[in-house]
Structures are given as structure tokens and as C-alpha cells.
Unconditional design. Structure first.
Ligand code: HEC
Length: 150
């Protein structure tokens, strides 16, 4: 019981510290907006390069696809810290803050889908890359439909 208390206090402390960091990282809301838009821009560039291969517009090269899938997977973890309280703006819909649980769920769905794409890319099997790319693309669109201004 006592140990459990110590652990839960420790956890609460760690959470407070990381939340403080996430906030302190951005001086102004515009900095957070610029950060998340930049991450999405770079992410979409690599994602689009895989898309061109999937659509047959570019030749399939395993190393290239693997590299781009790794970039997407890594960057997929980054935008969310820049949607903190008080950073409304850009093309972000207000629902991100009023329905944050749904937004968070959508972001987790996308991270899982691009992790699967990363695995498929490493397998070198173009058919499974196509499938995983389609599934990942659907998670982008789903969140944009709900939470991004057109
Ligand atoms: C959980 C929600 C969510 C998911 C998933 C998501 N996005 Fe977005 N995306 C947003 C929001 C919100 C914005 C608007 C950010 C802003 O303007 O502050 C955005 C903006 C963008 C932009 C425009 C950046 C700019 O400079 O205006 C691109 C490009 C983009 N996303 C690509 C993608 C791609 C590609 C995926 C999937 C691999 C994806 N997004 C997945 C929520 C999401």
C-alpha cells in the first residue's frame, strides 16, 4: 500500500514535469503553430514520396521507401506536443481543445498506422506497403475531416 502510494506520487510528479516542459518549449502560441505545421509539412513530403510509388508514379526502391517510412514514423510522434492549451490557431479547429480525447485517439490511430507502414516498408513487400499506406492515409484524412480547417 505504502509502496503503491510512493509510486503514484512519483508518477504524478513525472507527469507534472513533462507537462511543464511541453509548455515551456514554446514561448508564444505562434511558435507552437509553426512547429506543428513544419512537422506536418516534412512528414507529408516523405509520405507523398511513398504515395507516388504506391500509385505507380515512381519506381519502387526498397531503400527509399524504408527511409521515408522511418521519417514518417519518427515525425508522427512530434506534432501533438504543440497542441497545448492556449495554442489555438493556424488551420486547427477549436474541437481539438473541446474534444481533446477524440483528437488524441485520432493521433494514436495514425501513429499506429504509420508504425505498420514502417514495418511493411522494411519487409520489402510492395503489396503490404500499398495496404499499409492506404490505411495510414485514411487516418490522415479522418483527422483532417474532423479537426483541420479546409
Ligand atoms: C490527429 C489529427 C491529425 C492526423 C492524424 C494528421 N493530421 Fe495533418 N494536420 C492536423 C491539424 C490539426 C493540422 C493543422 C495544424 C495547424 O495549422 O495548426 C494539420 C495540418 C497538416 C498539413 C498542413 C501543414 C501546414 O503548413 O499548414 C499537412 C501537409 C498535413 N497535416 C499532413 C498530414 C499527413 C500526411 C498525415 C498522415 C500521415 C496527417 N497530416 C495526419 C491534424 C492531423
Amino acid at each position: 500500500m505504502k509502496l503503491q502510494k510512493v509510486i503514484s506520487f512519483g508518477l504524478a510528479g513525472a507527469l507534472t514535469v513533462s507537462a511543464g516542459f511541453a509548455f515551456a518549449q514554446f514561448q508564444k502560441p505562434e511558435d507552437a503553430i509553426k512547429y506543428r505545421q513544419s512537422v506536418f509539412t516534412v512528414l507529408a513530403n516523405s509520405f507523398g514520396k511513398i504515395g507516388a510509388v504506391v500509385k505507380g508514379e515512381a519506381p519502387y526502391n526498397k531503400d527509399e521507401v524504408t527511409k521515408n517510412a522511418a521519417v514518417v514514423a519518427t515525425l508522427s510522434t512530434l506534432p501533438w506536443q504543440a497542441f497545448g492549451q492556449g495554442t489555438e490557431g493556424g488551420k486547427a479547429q477549436a474541437d481539438i481543445w473541446s474534444d481533446n480525447a477524440k483528437f488524441k485517439a485520432a493521433s494514436e490511430k495514425m501513429q499506429l498506422a504509420v508504425a505498420n507502414l514502417n514495418t511493411a516498408a522494411q519487409s520489402g513487400d510492395l503489396e503490404s506497403i500499398k495496404k499499409a499506406f492506404g490505411a495510414a492515409g485514411a487516418t490522415c484524412k479522418g483527422c483532417h475531416d474532423d479537426f483541420k480547417k479546409k
